[in-house]
Design a binder for this molecule. Structure first.
Ligand code: CTP
Length: 424
């Protein structure tokens, strides 16, 4: 089910008839995990390859498949449906559907929607290598590109028909990245003039929830207040901010893009995706260090006097992101109940951070309250911030982050981007 159906972009995911249709289940899952509201549309041929039920379960919405479905049309007519999404993503897109949309045909629900929309359209072609190389297909693709349709892939390699060549559908991970990246750029909030203008920041915030069974989970006392305040303060300094948030009860700060997640693994995925185009990561989240080895599929009954849960360590998000991105400016937090400076400096070195903001926790300090007090450490120095309310602490911390980031000899991610490997 979507974690937050109203916060993320709306995506109309359309499947056409090809063996690669099974990969779109993973694509739907990725969109939902990234906080998108997803509506799936299938052509009649797509339904011969994969069942509509799969997508209904993944998105929480019945699949739309026909122009003549009276109940679905009464709930949302096809013209309304064409205007509903932020993007239409056709994956896999067969040669036939690509030809039809090139020529403006509207003989089924999908082609009608494409003709009736003014939203971004992405296609992930999937076909035999000779069909892809055919002059007719190539001319169609040139026309679609010229009209602004974004083409993702295809890749090259072994094909379902046994041949080897170009025409394999792009991997779900690459399609999701291309779509979400383009949407983030097109919906970016208006620029604010400040020291972080033109910089992209990612902030993790709140607790994570690690499920035990369908009704129970392990979590912690984090309210997300400090992280949300940091996101707002970075935004006020001009940064474009993505807030990767665990379950909290807080409004999204104005101008900030929020991605909701639940478990530490979800948060890792969302943070890695958001950091791919970022300059700065601030890890304020209280990520669960461990998760259950097995999640019971049914509610655990209280039959025994004792209950043992076996836990396994979660990956450290900051460490994983650092390994992938040596250039990123990373700020960690350290929540400590003893030996604050020693533990914080240990984490600064171990996690290869640029700054670490340490605070005392326990005995009613920091967690789930409105005020806080920090000591920020970096290789050559330290600075105390507060005590003050969390918004004030966040403003002082954001100013220090901006100062240290701008002192470091790094080009903004936007300027570095052309040198990076891009999704085709
Ligand atoms: N952190 C993370 N991923 C984890 C655990 C922590 O990214 N799986 C980040 C937190 O967001 C914070 C920093 O690492 O910025 C330190 O978190 P903290 O809970 O203080 O320390 P841990 O690394 O979990 O170590 P310990 O629990 O042993 O103190």
């Amino acid at each position: 089910m979507p974690t937050n159906p109203n916060a993320g972009p709306r995506i109309l995911l359309a499947l056409t008839g090809g063996i690669a249709a099974y990969k779109s289940a993973e694509l739907a899952r990725r969109f939902v995990k990234a906080g998108c509201d997803v509506q799936v549309v299938m052509t009649a041929s797509a339904q011969r390859f994969i069942g509509a039920q799969t997508f209904q379960a993944l998105t929480g919405k019945p699949v739309r498949a026909s122009l003549w479905d009276e109940a679905a049309e009464a709930a949302m007519g096809h013209i309304e449906l064409a205007r509903w999404p932020d993007a239409i993503v056709i994956a896999p897109a067969t040669a036939n559907t690509l030809a039809k949309i090139t020529h403006g045909l509207a003989d089924d629900l999908l082609t009608t929607l494409v003709l009736a929309t003014d939203k971004l359209i992405f296609v992930a072609p999937a076909m035999n290598r000779l069909m892809w190389a055919n002059a007719a297909t190539q001319a169609n693709m040139a026309t679609l590109r010229a009209r602004g349709v974004r083409v993702i892939g295809p890749g090259s390699g072994e094909q379902a028909c046994g041949e080897v060549g170009e025409g394999r559908v792009a991997e779900p991970e690459d399609v999701a990245k291309a779509v979400l990246g383009a949407l983030a750029r097109s919906t970016a909030s208006p620029a604010i003039d400040g020291p972080l203008s033109g910089r992209r920041a990612v902030v993790t915030a709140g607790p994570t929830r690690e499920p035990i069974d369908p009704v129970r989970f392990i979590t912690n006392r984090s309210s997300g207040k400090q992280g949300y305040a940091v996101a707002a303060a970075l935004r006020a300094l001009g940064a474009q901010v993505t807030l990767v948030s665990g379950p909290v009860n807080l409004p999204t700060p104005a101008g900030v893009t929020r991605v909701d997640c639940e478990t530490a693994l979800d948060m890792l995925d969302a943070t890695q995706a958001a950091c791919a185009t970022a300059d700065l990561l601030v890890g304020t989240a209280a990520v669960a260090d461990y998760r259950c080895v097995e999640i019971a599929s049914q509610k655990i009954k209280k039959q025994r006097d004792t209950l043992e849960l076996q836990l396994v360590k979660n990956a450290d998000i900051l460490t994983e992101v650092r390994a992938a991105q040596p250039q990123l400016f990373i700020v960690g937090f350290a929540a400590e109940t003893e030996r604050l400076a020693e533990h914080a400096r240990g984490k600064l070195v171990r996690k290869k951070l640029d700054l670490i903001a340490a605070n005392w926790v326990g005995d009613g300090r920091a967690f789930d309250r409105d005020d806080n007090q920090l000591t920020v450490y970096w290789a050559e120095g330290e600075q105390a911030i507060g005590p003050a309310d969390k918004a004030d602490i966040a403003r002082q911390l954001a100013a220090l982050i901006a100062e240290r980031l701008l002192a470091a000899p790094r080009a903004p991610a936007a300027a570095r981007r052309p040198a990076r490997k891009r999704t085709p």
